[in-house]
Design a protein around this ligand. Structure first.
Ligand SMILES: *[C@@H]1O[C@H](CO)[C@@H](O)[C@H](O)[C@H]1NC(C)=O
Ligand SMILES: *[C@@H]1O[C@H](CO)[C@@H](O)[C@H](O)[C@H]1NC(C)=O
Ligand SMILES: *[C@@H]1O[C@H](CO)[C@@H](O)[C@H](O)[C@H]1NC(C)=O
Length: 500
């Protein structure tokens, strides 16, 4: 890798040559670790590209915008740049592709490609703004161009009186709080304040930039973080050396006890996990079970307390209950999530006395099935929680259906915990592995594992193609009792698919 970068400096073709060098490096790295025959599915293999492509999106409870935060614009932003060097000056400079005016674009503000119907609709406007930012960040590549890594923030407050979120994809009017959803009152579903420090290059040739902010619109940061929510992503890299380090922090508060912060590799076109609209991202090719692997380095510095469901990996996909691919109809499309929760304090809700929180069966690597009523053999403690889509019509009882409001459509969740049954796939086999103080580089057979997880389908329908248009790492701090802080660094993120 070093020689590749040095060559690039000598011929002063950084921008043009860079992605090719990086791809070769990553493929070689991949072959060393994974055996021959794999190529990277992401545009920035291993996060090694100096010319970063990074986006940010913020979602309300049902993955939309609702109302923009005052003066913050539509909650989509990007930091994308190439690096140039003139032959007279040794010092390269950064050529930013997204201006502050672009990042501040707010509903009603025109931009190239914006449709009329988006102009007075905050949800549609954010979607189109993402496509616009994507067009500025796009990198030509084979087999497809790509746009950016994506920082995703989500506010888990739900004002049931707002009428903003559908129920399993069907519109519902305002209703009384059932007591399950946090909300301090009107406006609790707000979008955050956002500060953006554009990436810059320092004297010692290191690159650094950041996003940070708070959901508390009246936050006075002068008082420190006491009493307020906070999020931060700082990205750092030395030119020509290794991977970007994405340093994350997330803090909950009494008003915002349920927050999510992820770094995602999303599809570059079509739907992404949890969406029902066109997206932009990093996956040149959508990985499909059973043949793909994920490599990443994760250093968890602070866990975020007992309710922090830290996802070593969180994957989103979408297919209908009859196995057909999603087509954007939220009444029949179903988001499917698979999540490995690292936090050793997360209990297994699935147990011999709570079968409704377990999938109907577990599949062994040799494809043998163990039914959940087989108390001798079923690995209960390998599952935190399984819940079925709210629109499934042929559920095996007992069952637990997933929250009907927190996605634009029905959802299904398979949440797993470190356990010996996952060791075969390179996943953590014991609680505490990879947790605070145990930084690791993981090579995960995600394709193999996800091909053997149970997902609901109507009886007799052909099995859905399990494609994963969103793969991410981060934490969901799920209704914390106290103010909690999670802190972690992600680097070397890569996704490998078979080269044929
Ligand atoms: C947006 O404008 C259209 C056409 O002028 C109107 O019918 C619609 O109600 C408006 N929507 C909102 C959310 O203001
Ligand atoms: C947030 O980022 C801004 C730069 O965009 C910086 O000036 C500020 O100090 C950061 N806030 C905290 C609390 O780190
Ligand atoms: C266990 O569950 C399977 C699948 O639902 C069912 O066919 C079987 O009869 C059950 N066995 C017992 C002992 O209840």
């Amino acid at each position: 890798m070093k020689s590749c970068v040095i060559l690039v400096f000598l011929v002063f073709k950084i921008v043009v040559s860079h992605s090719r060098c990086d791809t070769e490096t990553a493929v070689l790295g991949g072959e060393r670790k994974l055996g021959k025959g794999y190529v990277s599915a992401v545009g920035d293999p291993g996060m090694t590209r100096d010319g970063l492509r990074l986006g940010l999106e913020a979602w309300n409870f049902c993955n939309e915008v609702g109302e923009e935060a005052p003066k913050m614009g539509s909650p989509r932003a990007a930091d994308c740049f190439d690096i140039s060097a003139s032959s007279l000056s040794k010092r390269p400079s950064l050529l930013h592709k997204v201006t502050e005016a672009d990042n501040k674009l707010s509903v009603g503000g025109p931009f190239e490609g914006a449709s009329n119907k988006a102009m007075n609709n905050t949800d549609l406007y954010a979607v189109e703004k993402e496509l616009y930012l994507g067009s500025k960040c796009e990198v030509a590549d084979t087999p497809n161009p790509w746009q950016f890594w994506m920082v995703m923030l989500k506010n888990g407050n739900f004002d049931t009186k707002s009428g903003l979120c559908p129920q399993n994809g069907k519109k519902v009017g305002p209703f009384d709080q059932p007591g399950r959803f946090p909300c301090f009152g009107h406006g609790c579903m707000n979008q955050p304040l956002l500060n953006h420090e554009y990436t810059s290059l320092s004297e010692d040739m290191s690159l650094r930039g950041s996003f940070n902010g708070s959901y508390d619109l009246d936050a006075n940061l002068g008082d420190g973080f006491k009493g307020i929510s906070f999020f931060e992503v700082i990205w750092e890299k030395k030119i020509g050396v290794g991977s970007w380090a994405f340093k994350h922090r997330l803090k909950t508060s009494k008003k915002y006890p349920w927050l999510m912060l992820y770094l995602r590799a999303d599809a570059t076109k079509g739907f992404s996990g949890g969406y029902h609209y066109e997206t932009r991202g990093m996956l040149k090719t959508i990985p499909e079970s059973p043949n793909f692997k994920v490599r990443l380095t994760l250093d968890v510095k602070q866990g975020g307390g007992p309710k922090s469901q830290f996802y070593l990996l969180d994957m989103g996909s979408c297919w209908k209950n009859n196995g057909a691919p999603c087509d954007g109809d939220p009444t029949t499309d179903v988001t499917r999530y698979s999540e490995m929760i690292l936090n050793p304090e997360t209990p297994a809700w699935c147990s011999p006395t709570n079968l409704g929180a377990c999938p109907p069966f577990h599949i062994l690597p040799n494809n043998a099935k163990i039914f959940r009523n087989d108390t001798q053999h079923f690995p209960y403690s390998a599952y935190h929680y399984y819940c079925s889509p709210g629109n499934a019509e042929h559920l095996e009882q007992p069952s637990s259906t997933c929250d009907p409001y927190s996605n634009p459509q029905a959802q299904e969740l398979v949440q797993i915990l470190p356990h010996p049954v996952w060791a075969e796939y390179g996943y953590p086999s014991k609680r505490g592995e990879g947790w605070v103080g145990d930084s690791r580089t993981w090579v995960l057979d995600v394709g193999g594992l996800s091909s053997r997880l149970y997902f609901y389908q109507d009886p007799g329908t052909p099995p859905a193609k399990r494609e994963w248009p969103s793969i991410d790492v981060g934490t969901e701090m799920f209704i914390t009792d106290n103010e909690q802080v999670a802190e972690w660094t992600l680097s070397d993120f890569d996704i490998f698919i078979p080269s044929d």
